[in-house]
Design a protein around this ligand. Structure first.
Ligand SMILES: Nc1ncnc2c1ncn2[C@@H]1O[C@H](COP(=O)(O)OP(=O)(O)OP(=O)(O)O)[C@@H](O)[C@H]1O
Ligand SMILES: Cc1cn([C@H]2C[C@H](O)[C@@H](COP(=O)(O)O)O2)c(=O)[nH]c1=O
Length: 201
């Protein structure tokens, strides 16, 4: 089973992801951007305020393709639980916001990016969405790069809501304004329920 963690910068995904290691020590824990050379190229692009929006999308998508073939698919083939801190929904939400604000001229960027992925990617079995307002997210993240900005994160949040509206059965919303302990407890309960449901199939 592939479970992904999604949400704005600062919503607490990594905090939750780290806590889940103690509960599921045999699971495969991974993340996007990865730490591969593709992910290193992504990090350079994210750090560049003048990065080309399409080039950045394709760098992130290349990192995802390698992540799929090198990590995700082999782990799933071995019957392992896979938990990824960010995955394709981050591309849909973030890069659609970037393209919409650019002069690239793609009319429906979220649909465009989803179309690219539909040709090769594997959707998550479930996604836990840590729900936090853009301002609090930017504050927690520290506004350290071009993505961690209030207005941009508000656009990203709107894209996440569109994704949730389109697939309400895949997303599990968690109130990320609660304490770290409460958020972790809620996420652990959701993951346990997902695994129980899988076992009953
Ligand atoms: N529930 C919470 N309440 C308050 N602060 C939190 C909570 N969860 C995490 N934090 C804090 O917010 C900051 C960001 O947390 P974390 O790195 O887990 O978020 P993230 O979603 O992984 O962010 P990013 O996507 O930018 O990596 C950290 O300083 C962390 O201690
Ligand atoms: C996978 C992915 C990530 N991003 C953005 C979101 C963050 O601002 C940075 C780094 O992610 P992290 O969780 O802080 O490590 O990258 C993105 O824009 N698109 C993506 O597909």
């Amino acid at each position: 089973m592939l479970i992904t963690l999604e949400g704005l910068d600062g919503s607490g995904k990594t905090t939750v992801w780290e806590a889940l290691h103690d509960v599921y020590p045999d699971a495969t824990f991974t993340r996007e951007p990865t730490d591969s050379w593709y992910g290193e190229a992504v990090a350079r692009s994210i750090a560049a305020d003048d990065a080309d929006p399409l080039a950045e999308l394709f760098l992130l998508t290349a990192d995802h393709a390698d992540h799929l073939s090198g990590t995700i698919e082999p782990a799933l083939a071995d019957g392992r639980l896979v938990i990824s801190d960010r995955y394709s929904d981050s591309r849909f939400a973030y890069q659609a916001a970037t393209l919409a604000a650019s002069d690239v001229g793609i009319e429906r960027p979220l649909e465009y990016i989803r179309g690219i992925h539909s040709a090769f990617s594997r959707p998550p079995d479930a996604t836990i969405f840590l729900d936090l307002d853009a301002r609090t997210a930017a504050e927690r993240a520290g506004r350290t790069n071009k993505f961690e900005q209030d207005g941009y994160l508000a656009a990203v949040q709107r894209n996440y809501e569109r994704l949730i509206d389109a697939e309400p059965g895949r997303f599990h919303r968690v109130d990320a304004t609660r304490s770290p302990e409460a958020v972790i407890e809620r996420v652990e309960a959701i993951v346990a329920d997902l695994l129980d449901a899988e076992a009953d199939e």
